[in-house]
Every structure is written in structure tokens, then in C-alpha cells.
Ligand binder design. Sequence first.
Ligand code: B12
Ligand code: SF4
Length: 503
Amino acid sequence: MQVKRFDQGVAFWQDKSRLTVMLLSPFYSFWPRYETRRAGCPIGLELIASELAAKGFNVIFIDACMSAYNQFIQQENGTIRYGLTDEQLERVLADFNPAVVGITSLFSNQAGNVERVARLVKRAYPNAIVTEGGSHASGDVNEVLKSPWVDMVIREEGLATFPELCQSIEAKASSRNFTFALGVSYKSKSGGAVHNGSRGFIPIFDVLAPRRLEIPLHPMYDTLEHTGGSRHRKNGRHAYILSSEGCPLKCDFCHIHIMAGNIRYYTLARFEQEVAQLKAAGVNEIVVEDDMFFADIPRAMAVGDILKKYDMAWFEEGGLSMFKFMKPGSGLTHEQMLDKLAETGCYRYYHAIESANPMSLTKSHKPHINSEQDAAEEIVRYTAKVGIEGVGGFMLGFKGNGGGFEESREDMERTVAYAKRLKQAGLAYVMLFIYTAIPGTNAYKYLKSVFPDLDLRTSHERSAFPVGGLTPAELTELRLQWMQEVNGSACMGIAEETKNWGL
Ligand code: B12
Ligand code: SF4
């Protein structure tokens, strides 16, 4: 195999007679007053590249965001694009001629950018089959397929589906308008959407090809910060990693359990192999992206031991739930868990706390004990005591359960006061998010039925619909004001400067 690195990505050339597949991560944009600007190596697309390369395909991986992360383009609607310009992307595309293109569409607030990339791709390669995958494409599949530039959507997990689809396109058993591959939706010749049956999730990830490190170690990912603020180590590389995917809970507003299913693991032996390879390649800092790292706490502790063995500083970004610290089970206490995290090199974690309102949590099928403030304060104090930075995540403006509840402004203020209390107790930073409808969730179905004419595809930093007597514009401004009140000027100064978390 010939591996060729270029400024915007990596190409794996194997055999001219085999199919050439291009994988693309789009450029993104943000609202500078309200939103963070965060992106990193797209792990899903990267893992698909490894699978395709292992199966002998020619693979071209391009990241149109991270290859020009610090290039800003002011757009007409007030947002700022970060990443390649249209012309720059067109110039990169002109170097290749793929038969199939796969674009990752993770975030609904970025759907417009993905659509724009799909248009550029279709213009560059009119004969290529253009596909999308990821959380947004899966959740909003019918809307995505209305695009004249998109032929197919790979729903949910793409690790087995996409290689199978490419094999079947290569064997001419599938075409732009037809495939039997499970987990694929496509447009029939008459233009209607056809949804093949879903595919089961991979039960144990060890069946996957070894991760190709050329992508995560591409120089474009060697940034001073990662997706969750400042890095801990100033020299050496950092890399994103998964030891599991999925979540056993089914919160109404969350797309993770739909996208990634119930919790599934890499064995610890396979996980260690990957950490050892990253270490040998110069990585000394790891960002763990597991959706529910604490689904099995003793196993999570063993993951920490492996990271310590290879002297990795690590940050758990996927999120550690407050209720897991409150009721860990397995005979453990939160002190033991936090001692272990600190001892194994964890320097920061996203602390999913969510709300001061037990009703909002219960009605969303989330454990209500997250709202027990005295217990939470004790855990936050201990986190700070062992020297770990906890980043508290809270949600404002719940409205769901088929109309079963809606937060008032007072409810939101109660959560803000809770956030303030925990910040004073030792949280390093607080993210106040706005309850947002994610296509594919129950919350989206309900909110779309109430607000059929509103575009609900905002980030959790801008509000899309009226709630608690507040208009979307009012709640968006209030959230910013509350962020300033809770975090103080030091943190907000960093957040303003970096457009990332304020630490
Ligand atoms: C890591 C992560 C991030 C990172 C992103 C790093 C990056 N790629 O740039 C950061 C921290 C930056 C981030 C930010 C945000 N995130 Co986020 N994030 C995640 C998280 C926890 C893991 C994603 C991941 O890597 N999973 C592991 C890989 C293996 O899975 P995957 O990416 O989904 O890919 C698989 C499939 O989707 C599919 N697939 C994906 N792409 C493609 C492409 C093709 C061609 C094919 C065939 C298949 C395919 O196959 C892959 C392998 O199975 C997910 C939760 C989740 N489990 O999905 C949320 C998630 C994607 N994030 C979410 C949200 C809402 C956000 C934010 C808006 C939050 C905020 N306001 O800060 C921002 C938006 C950022 C932006 N630029 O606008 C939502 C998206 C829902 C939606 N439809 O909008 C998710 C699903 C969480 C949730 N609440 O349900 N996020
Ligand atoms: S919000 Fe957290 S606990 Fe709930 S389903 Fe999503 S990942 Fe699981």
C-alpha cells in the first residue's frame, strides 16, 4: 500500500482495479457571539477509512475543517466559517476521481455546511455516488435525501455497512439507485426515499481492523488545544480514543442510544494495543470519547490503569454522569473513583449534571438524583481536592414528554443557581446548554409537531423555539449572561479568546 499525506488529508493507494472511495469531513461555521468553535479528528470517519483500507479499497481522507481550522470566513447570515473556502476545496477535489464519496454529517446545526460540501462534490464528480453518514444524516434521513446532491445515507453505525456497500458497488450488485445493503437509505430512480432494514450493532469492537494512525497523527490535528479546551501537556501529540460506544440509558433528548445502541466495548487487551501504538508514535495525551464511560465502573478504572501504564495525561470528554458518582454500585464510593481517576492521570472530565429540576430529568427518562445538590456539592468538592478539573454540563429550557412538561424561567434560574453553587464548590468551568431537538429523538418528534415551521436544527448554544415564556432570542441572550455570571470574567475571557471552553 502506498500512503500519501497531503495538507488536507491522507490517501491510501492499493490497486488501480479496486474502487476508489473518498471520505470527507466538512467545513463548519459558528455564531461568534453565542457559540464555541470546536472540532477535532472525526473518529467515525477515521475508523471507516481503516476498515476500507484493510479491505483493499483505495481510500482518500480529507478534512475540510481541520486542514484550515484557523481560517475564518465571514458569511452573509452572520456566522463565521472555519475551514477551507469553496475554491480551496474544489482545488483539492480536482486532484482525485473517486467512484464513491462519503461525507460525515454529525451535527444538525452544521447540516447546511454538509449540503454545501455535497454540492461541491457532485459538481466535481457528477458520476460519483455521494453518500452521507453520522448522527444528523441518520436522524434526519428523509430531509437529507431530498438534496439533489446526495444519493444515499448510511444510517447509524457505518463500520460494517459502508465497506459492505462499497464491495457491492464494486461488484455491480448495488448502484446509485439500488442496494440491498442493510442500514442504507437511498433514492429510487423515481426520486422517492427507500429505507432498507436496519443493521444490528457490532457487539465487540475487536473485529475491527487495526486503527491506521496516519489520519489521527496528521499534522493538521496537532493543535494547541483539543475539543475540550487547553491541553495538559504542551509537548507531544494528543489523540482521541474510544474504549466503548453506546449507552444503556434512553434519555428522550439524546441521540446517542439510537446512533450507537447499547454499550459495546473493545476488550482491554485491544484497547491497550492501541494505546501502546499511540505512545510509540509520540502521543502523550488522550481524549476519551466514550458515551457512557462509567457504564462499568471497575472496567473504566482498568482503562485508567492502562492509560497510566503508558504515562498518558487524559481527559474524559464523552461525559461522566453525576448519578454514577452518587450511586456507583460495585461497593465503590465517589472518593475511591475520584482518587483512581487522579492517580491514573485524568486531569479533566465533562461532568454531566444537567438540571436542578427532578421533574425535567424524570420526564426525560434521566435519573433525577442528578438534582440532589448537597450530594453533588460533596462530589464536586472532592473532584477539586484531588486536583481534577470538572467541567459541569447543565441544560436549560426542557420541553418534552409529548407536552408532559415545560420548564418555566424560574426552573431555568434554579438550574443556573445550582451551577453557580457547584462552580463555587470547585467546578473548573460550567457549560450551560439549551435543551435542543435532535432529529431522530422523541424530543424532536414532539417539538416538530408543536413548531412545524421553525428550523429546530440549532446547537445547544442557541435556542430555536419559545419556552418558559421566553422567545428564542431572549433565551439565547440570557444563557450568555448566565454563563458570564456563573463562570466569572477569568474563564469567560479565555472562552472569548479561544472560542472553546474557558479553561
Ligand atoms: C466527539 C463528539 C463531539 C466532538 C466532535 C469532534 C469532531 N468530529 O469534530 C466535539 C466535542 C467537537 C463535539 C461538538 C458538538 N457536538 Co458532539 N458529539 C461527540 C460524540 C460524543 C462522539 C462522536 C464520535 O466520535 N463517536 C464515535 C464514532 C465512531 O461515531 P460517529 O462519529 O457517530 O461515526 C459513526 C456513524 O455515525 C457513522 N458515520 C459517521 N460519519 C459517517 C460518514 C460516512 C460516509 C459513513 C458511511 C458513516 C458515517 O459511522 C461511524 C462509525 O460507526 C457524539 C455522541 C455520539 N455517540 O455520536 C456527540 C454528538 C455527535 N454531538 C452532538 C452535538 C449536539 C454537539 C454540539 C452541537 C454540542 C455543542 N453545542 O457544543 C457540538 C457541535 C460542534 C460543531 N462543530 O458545530 C450530538 C449531535 C446530534 C445532532 N444531530 O446534532 C451528538 C450525537 C450527541 C447527542 N447529544 O446526541 N461533539
Ligand atoms: S444523555 Fe447521557 S445517559 Fe442519557 S442516553 Fe445520552 S449518553 Fe446516555
